[in-house]
Design a protein. Structure first.
Length: 92
């Protein structure tokens, strides 16, 4: 099973500038653990101290926000695309 994980520019310093990582993770939590194993420091950028997705981080599976699916327990299947998107703030 292959799942493609799209890495945003602000986190590419951890992935040695890779913009995409392929994994065989069965759910979103396993992706976080896999990324942490390959690229230490990734978990703390994605999850808060309680183990939940940080407020300013959005994770999508095939374009759907996992917060509206099953969160970190959202199941994955072969060919799924997971996008990690940091929230953007700005204004006057």
């Amino acid at each position: 099973m292959a799942v493609k994980v799209k890495i945003p520019t602000p986190l590419r310093n951890l992935t040695r500038d890779q913009d995409t990582v392929t994994t065989d993770a069965a759910d979103v939590q396993a992706i976080v653990e896999t990324l942490e194993g390959q690229f230490p420091g990734m978990r703390e950028r994605l999850l808060d101290d309680g183990g939940e997705i940080r407020r300013f981080v959005n994770i999508y599976v095939n374009g759907e926000d996992v917060r509206f699916l099953q969160g970190l327990t959202t199941n994955l299947k072969d060919g799924d695309e997971v996008s990690i998107v940091p929230a953007v703030a700005g204004g006057c």
